[in-house]
Design a protein around this ligand. Structure first.
Ligand SMILES: [Zn+2]
Length: 234
């Protein structure tokens, strides 16, 4: 159990009418999400739905040989609900905690009840699924369409927005894995962004020191997704 100070920080839950959120709040368990923790695995049962507050999880497509490819990231504007909304019983992807923090966990039965009985909750979840699919589509396309430096700038901005913190506790190895490249290539691209004055490095402590400049180096995917999902219509 974690302390709740200004819950919900999660934008999906914050969009609900106050009386519905109050009604639903008793069903949630507030949990700490630890770095590298697997919240949900591919082919695993969708027993619980996570609504992220300060934690950020990456969504991974997983192959039998163990390779995993990043297809999305979920922070305070997201959840692990998409497949449960579509009444899936198991997950097709893995949710791995990338930036530690907090989340609120809702049992599947309570989630399904809310989908059936709360029209506002249902509208928010449908909009979330659309945004989730949009992010997946653009992320997969980005991987083959844009250079590493531009993709890195895009991901740094995306992760920053996911928990609204300019400090990113990430290593070069973790970022290389996220982008699906070798660590030396990642380090070279990161140094280029540091030389441009938009990122400052440190051991597991990157800081975005100039987001405006960093946005200029990002591929269009960041701007496109922000434009389409920053102001959702519930
Ligand atoms: Zn891109």
């Amino acid at each position: 159990m974690v302390t709740r100070i200004t819950w919900p920080r999660n934008r999906l839950l914050a969009a609900l009418p106050a009386h519905q959120l109050t009604h639903l709040a008793r069903e949630f368990e507030h949990v700490e999400c630890h770095r590298g923790e697997m919240l949900l695995d591919a082919d695993g049962a969708l027993d619980d739905i996570f609504f992220f507050d300060s934690a950020v999880a990456v969504v991974l497509a997983v192959y039998p040989d163990g390779e995993a490819v990043t297809v999305a990231a979920m922070g305070h504007d997201g959840s692990s609900a998409a497949e449960a909304v579509l009444e899936g019983q198991t997950s097709s992807v893995r949710f791995l905690v990338y930036i530690p923090g907090t989340a609120a966990k809702l049992p599947r039965a309570a989630f399904r009840h809310a989908m059936r009985t709360m029209p506002a909750f249902r509208r928010v979840m449908y909009a979330h699924v659309r945004a989730y699919l949009e992010q997946m589509t653009i992320t997969v396309a980005c991987r083959s369409a844009h250079s590493l430096k531009r993709r890195l700038a895009r991901w740094l901005l995306t992760l920053r927005d996911a928990n609204e913190n300019d400090a990113l506790p990430l290593s070069h190895t973790e970022l290389a894995s996220l982008l699906g490249v070798q660590r030396p290539s990642l380090t070279k691209a990161l140094l280029e962004l540091e030389h441009e004055g938009c990122v400052a490095g440190g051991l597991r402590k990157l800081t975005l020191v100039n987001r405006r400049v960093l946005a200029k180096f990002s591929c269009e995917c960041y701007h496109l997704l922000r434009k389409r999902t920053a102001s959702p219509r519930w």
